[in-house]
Design a protein around this ligand. Structure first.
Ligand SMILES: [Zn+2]
Length: 397
């Protein structure tokens, strides 16, 4: 009798809730039933009965949404007051343990996929596929100059075409998913300056050409206006921060707003601050925030391809579950909640090369699901009320 046969087929799990945001549509699905078969979604329907034999998870009053995707994290930074010193004090085993803890914290905050844009010693690559961690898209150590931004992660390369091609090839051989290059200095690295470029446009183009030849996308850390312009000239796929940082403030981006909007380069806006006592940005960042926000709003209104990363891990304001607060804080950019949610789901998935498996609640997509109490399309503060998190079909929170 076929019905009595014991098989190893995973049991169906059906989640019932009040509403569902599918990652794309601006209209919620009412009375949804989402059915998972192991790590994949097999159906999303409205007002139907669960399939026979399915385990039913009843989340009355909750809204389901795709697992969130943070396009810019550093699992190796522990979100402490001095994550660089904390990292320096850990051997690789201790770093891996801290990275796993960071990943689990992200999962509890609804983040089921992270793009790690800078680790030490390629450690994030070995964590890919771990069952109790988010899906990880990994860059390994960022390519930087020998004393440049985040050189302590081990990615320093001489500013020559030969050295940069070798650096890209090494990452490709290691199996990274994306190349991260530090086009400008940064806040965490004494001796570098955000407004100062680290490479010429020609050298950035060497990085881009070699990466593309090897089938890898490139995203450039670019604070200063010159570094942003050079990154665009070099043909990068993405840019991070894009703050137009100057020596004493923030530049007017001028013609670059339209160039960025026309380019379709993904602009990772690294937003989000956790609302906790003492979790405040460094003074040099805080004093520039109003103009950075104004410039970001200009890029958004011009049609730039924004995505919502956070730089999770780089300090107390940015713990590994900060993305849901970044979503709330997009209101100051004039971004509607449904658009903000797409920036952290379907659009983020596309920018990470995962557009056919992540970021949507639909048949065939990975069963990464967050349930929150309330309606996040009406009020993104609903993301503070996480009811359940499923990662590849397994309930993790
Ligand atoms: Zn970063």
């Amino acid at each position: 009798m076929a019905s009595a046969r014991v098989t190893d087929r995973p049991r169906l799990v059906a989640i019932r809730a009040e509403a569902l945001f599918d990652g794309v549509s601006s209209v919620l699905v009412r009375d949804p039933l989402l059915v998972m078969d192991g790590p994949a979604i097999v159906s999303v329907d409205s007002a139907v009965a669960p399939p026979p034999g399915a385990e039913v998870v009843d989340l009355a009053g909750a809204t389901l949404l795709p697992g969130l995707i943070d396009t810019h994290v550093h699992l190796a930074f522990d979100g402490s007051a001095d994550p660089v010193a904390a990292l320096a004090g850990r051997d690789d085993g201790a770093v891996l343990a801290a990275m796993s803890a960071a990943g689990r914290a992200a999962l509890r905050g609804g983040v089921t996929t992270v793009r790690d844009l800078g680790d030490r010693g390629y450690l994030s690559l070995g964590l890919r596929g771990a069952g109790d961690l988010p899906t990880i898209v990994a860059a390994g150590p960022p390519i930087t100059t020998p004393a440049g931004h985040c050189h302590f992660l081990g990615g320093g390369a001489e500013a020559t075409p030969q050295a940069l091609r070798a650096a890209v090839r090494e990452r490709a051989e290691r199996g990274v998913d994306v190349i991260k290059v530090m086009a400008s200095g940064g806040t965490m690295t004494p001796g570098t300056r955000q407004e100062t470029s680290q490479f010429t446009a020609d050298l950035l183009r060497v990085v881009v050409d070699e990466a593309h030849r090897l089938g890898l996308p490139v995203t450039a850390h670019a604070h200063g206006t010159a570094a942003i312009r050079m990154s665009l000239d070099a043909g990068v796929d993405g840019m991070e921060h894009v703050s137009f940082w100057s020596a004493d403030g923030v530049d007017d981006p001028g013609d670059l707003v339209d160039r960025i909007a026309a380019s379709r380069v993904a602009v990772g806006i690294t937003g989000g601050v956790v609302p906790a006592p003492g979790a405040v940005p460094p003074p040099a960042v805080a004093m520039r925030m109003p103009r950075i926000i104004a410039n970001t709003r200009r890029m958004y209104e011009a049609g730039a391809h924004l995505i919502l990363g956070t730089d999770a891990g780089i300090g107390l304001p940015k713990p590994h579950d900060v993305l849901r607060f970044a979503l709330e804080q997009t209101a100051m950019l004039g971004i509607a909640p449904v658009v903000a949610l797409s920036l952290a789901t379907s659009r983020a998935a596309a920018a990470c090369g995962l557009g056919d498996v992540k970021g949507r609640l639909a048949r065939g997509f990975d069963a990464d699901v967050v349930a929150v109490n309330g309606n996040p399309l009406a009020d993104l503060a609903a993301l503070r009320r996480i009811r359940a998190v499923f990662a590849r079909g397994v309930q993790v929170a």
